[in-house]
Design a protein around this ligand. Sequence first.
Ligand SMILES: [Zn+2]
Length: 432
Amino acid sequence: MTIKRLLKSLLNVNKIKINNCEFNTLTQELYIYASLTKGQRNRCPICHRKCKGYDTITPERKWRSLDFGPVKVFIVLEVHRVVCKEHGILSEDVPFAYHRSNFTKEFERQVAYFALHLTKADVCEIMRINWRTVGDILKREKDRIEPDSSVRCKNLRAIGIDETSYKKGHKYLTVIVNHDNNEVIWCHKGHGKEVLEKFFSSLDKEDLKSIKLVSADGARWIKDVCNSYLDDYDFCIDRYHVTEWCIETLEELRKEVWRNIKDNEVKRSVGRPKKGEEVTKAKYFQKPSKYALGKNPENLTDYQKETLILIEREHPKLYRGYLLKESLRNVFDSDDPDKALKDWIFWASHSKLEPFKELSKKIRRHKEAILATCKYKLSNARIEATNNKIKVLIRKAYGFRNIENLISLIMISCSNLINEIRLPYKDRLIIT
Ligand SMILES: [Zn+2]
């Protein structure tokens, strides 16, 4: 095997001719100078058709390829621009890289795979690239495997609408999930009526007809938009939104009780308590009690269980709030949710706890949606898992150049696409 053929096999590229090599011992970089074969020249990078040349200036460009051990490898090529009838004036197609990329296809696939499975720091360290460029690579990979994401919106039955914030709560993403397979089917920058309308107007009549179930938080405008696009469907409320309302209400109550304790507390000087002096009971009222009250009972730690027993003994009012929260959670698993919800509303509105009285009004307003959720048994755990996954991805994507790259990351990770991005050695060409 000649050296040139060996290099071609290592780079895994066809349709180029290797002319020369240069190794920089100082920077440990290998430059492979090549040119396109005749048949490959003057092709459009998008449709790959033969085109007319646009200019004769042929500046050298370099593409980063996968490293040879610790050595960075670059392919250097002279390319010029072509005029495609459909796509206009563009830099000509090279067989080993995507349009507008400075990396070879294999390099990008490796980066994409690592970005999905390793941490941010690991990817940058192993591949020796900037995290900013990883976002662009992910977007290109997503577009390669799935150029048109509207295929995900076919034959939907049950969908979930959610809004997630990114950039420290300043900006929002609207995410739509298919409940049947938990795939993110649509993701768009921004939130509110206009964004949701964009989603529904991108669907055709058949697709709109097939949607029978929509779940969301209780926002009225979501229901309004759904009503204007869908005919025969049920509106559900995601269970974790209801639980969230409940936890917020309980937190309000806890703060109220906490304020009372503080007001009645005897002011004492700083330092260790004196002999016989009673230590303030406010201690377990700070953070630990917040978690003890908010968590599901099956997940409580021993310490939190003890805190709950203390609360039951000394703050019956707050404990009543806790029981209300738990029993609302149980409504969703009840055999007769209609009766259970009715009972709950009655209990809450007569509980003499102001925050829960308010909550009972809200629950009454959303009664229909809650009962629909119970009827269709929408799995709370799976919806919440997807939501948490998106939050983790948002944190990971911090530093990407633009929001489209974050959306690509979500679209890949929350679907089957994640299995299609494979390490490059799995699909090597046979170079002859
Ligand atoms: Zn073209």
